[in-house]
Design a protein around this ligand. Structure first.
Ligand SMILES: [Zn+2]
Ligand SMILES: [Zn+2]
Ligand SMILES: [Zn+2]
Ligand SMILES: [Zn+2]
Length: 252
């Protein structure tokens, strides 16, 4: 029987940013790089030297998402909050340069490849205002990592809220709105709303507190977007936000 509908994939093309229909081309060298059929046909110089597999249907791709933690760092290439391994440049010229695993893996280096990058699997416990702790080769495998013992018990949905507010909302905004001014306006409004809210509370709630994250995700981001763009754009952004949450496996 002929297939009438093109297959829908749970993935977006990294080149044209469209949701992938038909055949999906997944890079086997990159942790998270996909191309749609039309972008794959002229991928050559944009993503050289990497191997791709063709995925016909979503069910052909069996993904197991390892637990991924959020670092207190932003990728200096894609400007997104880093989730999963963080690559910190150790070159003396770069006191503060980080890459996410997606940007680190790109076939055309985004940072001089003579600079040594330190791979940090788990976040260090410092806020961005303090000097970074030197992270030794702390591995999580046996669960005996001492830097983690000071973490207070967090609600089970903490990570999802943190991901939503620091990664999924900004990513959704930047995918839907091509104007940098529009994005800046939203970010600025979001920060204003957070500032006003913490002032009204009269406490110095840190930006990684649970209440802060829930307010930021549930009120400040949607409000900032609605106020700064059209209703139609808000709905597009919200839909993309939900897709990003679903793909990341974060459950709210
Ligand atoms: Zn594409
Ligand atoms: Zn690749
Ligand atoms: Zn990046
Ligand atoms: Zn560097």
């Amino acid at each position: 029987m002929p297939r009438l509908q093109p297959a829908v994939h749970n993935a977006f093309c990294n080149l044209c940013e469209a949701k992938i229909f038909g055949e999906r081309y997944k890079c086997t060298n990159c942790p998270n790089f996909d191309a749609c059929t039309s972008c794959f046909s002229n991928l050559g110089e944009k993503h050289p030297g990497h191997t791709f597999v063709r995925v016909h249907q979503q069910i052909d791709y069996i993904a197991k998402y390892p637990p991924r933690s959020m670092h207190h760092a932003t990728c200096d290439n894609c400007k997104k909050g880093i989730i999963g391994p963080r690559f910190k440049c150790k070159h003396p010229d770069c006191p503060d340069y980080d890459l996410c695993e997606d940007c680190e893996a790109l076939p055309i280096p985004v940072h001089p490849n003579t600079h040594p990058l330190l791979k940090m699997k788990i976040p260090t416990l410092h806020s961005s205002s303090q000097p970074p702790l030197e992270e030794k080769d702390t591995e999580m495998e046996d669960g005996s990592d001492s830097t983690l013992s000071t973490i207070t018990i967090r609600p089970p949905d903490y990570d999802a809220f943190e991901f939503a507010t620091s990664a999924a909302w900004p990513r959704a905004v930047s995918v839907i709105l091509s104007s940098q001014d529009a994005r800046d306006m939203i970010k600025q409004r979001q920060e204003e709303l957070m500032q006003r809210w913490t002032q009204a509370r009269g406490d110095n709630l840190p930006s990684d507190a649970y209440d802060y994250l829930t307010y930021s995700h549930g009120i400040a981001w949607p409000k900032a977007i609605v106020e700064s763009t059209s209703e139609a754009n808000f709905l597009l952004i919200r839909r993309r936000f939900l897709d990003i949450m679903a793909v990341s496996g974060a459950n709210l």
